[in-house]
Design a protein around this ligand. Structure first.
Ligand code: NAD
Length: 338
């Protein structure tokens, strides 16, 4: 049996080989795409990550394929209808880094509230004065958590540990969670924006949450608040964000995710290939403006990237493949229309 592992972290290879001693483990460092698929056409099992594009065309390359273990929670990079038509089962990793992402949100919050980057840049130049480096305490401030699912609840916990007054907004409030952790839900997003000194977003990206923070409601944000987004870039309208920073409505932003971040990462390639229509060039330009600003900290979609979270991903992926091979798949993602 051949198991092909695409977009592989160097350290994972050994773990796959140890778990599947009888199998041929074929490792391809690049994402699975039309151009790379031929490298492992014999595979019965594929493991991929989020940059792979498991389209109908790509799936045609694998006549023996029976199972795909994506090492991510999301599976919008896989054509599930085509998988179902071909009898290919798909499993995901439902959870691996809830605390990791919430901890990263707080890394961004603290970096902004204590001007860590400005301080660091100054001492790097052997300057030790404190002009312009005054920050603010988190103790006693109001933290607004948007989305109290797996990650959001860790953000609530960490906020409580800092002595913050925690408010939350969720499309489906969880009264038992609020009672257990000691925070309150507000009835509308506007109410949360108006009351919070620090806003952290942990809602999913869906058609209904596109530009959840937008030109209309960003005006309601409490003056001088900071906004942190570790969820998905398009939850925040980039134009509204730049405007609110310019107006001083927001005093800063911490972003692990950007709208059109994929296009930003591949800018040099895009220049030679041409911009696909659905990528918004204005948003890419605004991302450049955000990157250049001193009051904005951007990290490269790195919130999940801890040793522990990555190990949880590999462990669950191996368990998913073992369960499938034993005839009892776990973490199988629903077939469209089922
Ligand atoms: P989850 O599904 O457990 O929780 C999401 C919560 O958001 C739910 O409670 C849901 O009811 C709520 N919600 C849905 N629509 C809402 C709306 N319109 N307004 C407010 N709340 C709403 O998801 P999770 O595991 O906590 O992940 C949250 C997001 O974090 C994911 O969408 C994912 O995109 C992102 N994420 C980012 C990274 C990273 O590395 N930056 C890693 C993992 C996940």
């Amino acid at each position: 049996m051949t198991i092909a592992v695409f977009e592989e972290e160097a350290a994972d290879r050994e773990q796959f080989q140890r778990a599947f001693r009888e199998a041929v483990i074929q490792v391809v460092p690049e994402p699975l795409r039309q151009e790379t698929a031929g490298a492992a056409a014999n595979a019965e099992v594929l493991s991929v990550f989020v940059k792979s594009e498991v389209s109908k065309e790509v799936l045609k390359t694998f006549p023996k394929l029976r199972f795909i273990a994506t090492r991510s929670t999301g599976y919008d990079h896989i054509d599930l209808a085509e998988c179902a038509a071909r009898g290919v089962v798909v499993s995901n990793v439902p959870s691996y880094g809830e605390n990791s992402v919430a901890e990263h949100a707080f890394a961004l919050i603290l970096a902004l509230s204590r001007k860590i980057f400005q301080s660091y840049e100054r001492t790097e130049r052997f300057r030790f004065n404190r002009d312009g480096l005054q920050g603010f305490d988190l103790l006693g401030k109001t933290l607004g958590v948007v989305g109290t699912g797996r990650i959001g609840r860790f953000a609530v916990k960490i906020g409580c540990a800092f002595g913050m007054h925690v408010l939350a907004y969720d499309a489906k409030p969880n009264a038992a969670l609020a009672e257990e952790f000691g925070f309150s839900y507000v009835g509308t997003l506007d109410a949360l924006l108006a009351a919070s000194d620090v806003i952290t977003i942990h809602a999913p990206y869906l058609p209904s949450t596109h530009h959840l923070i937008n030109m209309d409601n960003i005006k309601k944000v409490k003056k001088g608040a900071i906004l942190v987004n570790t969820a998905r870039g398009a939850l925040v309208d980039t134009a509204a964000l730049v405007w609110a920073l310019d107006q001083g409505i927001l005093q800063g932003a911490g972003l692990d995710v950007l709208e059109e971040e994929g296009a930003l990462y591949e800018e040099i390639e895009l220049l030679s290939r041409g911009f696909p229509k659905d990528q918004d060039i204005a948003t890419i330009l605004r991302n450049h403006i955000l990157i250049a600003r001193d009051d904005v900290i951007i990290t490269p979609h790195n919130a999940f990237n801890t040793t522990e979270a990555l190990q949880r991903i590999v462990d669950t992926t191996i368990e998913n493949i073992q369960a499938f091979l034993a005839g009892a798949p776990v973490n199988a993602v629903p077939t469209p229309g089922a």
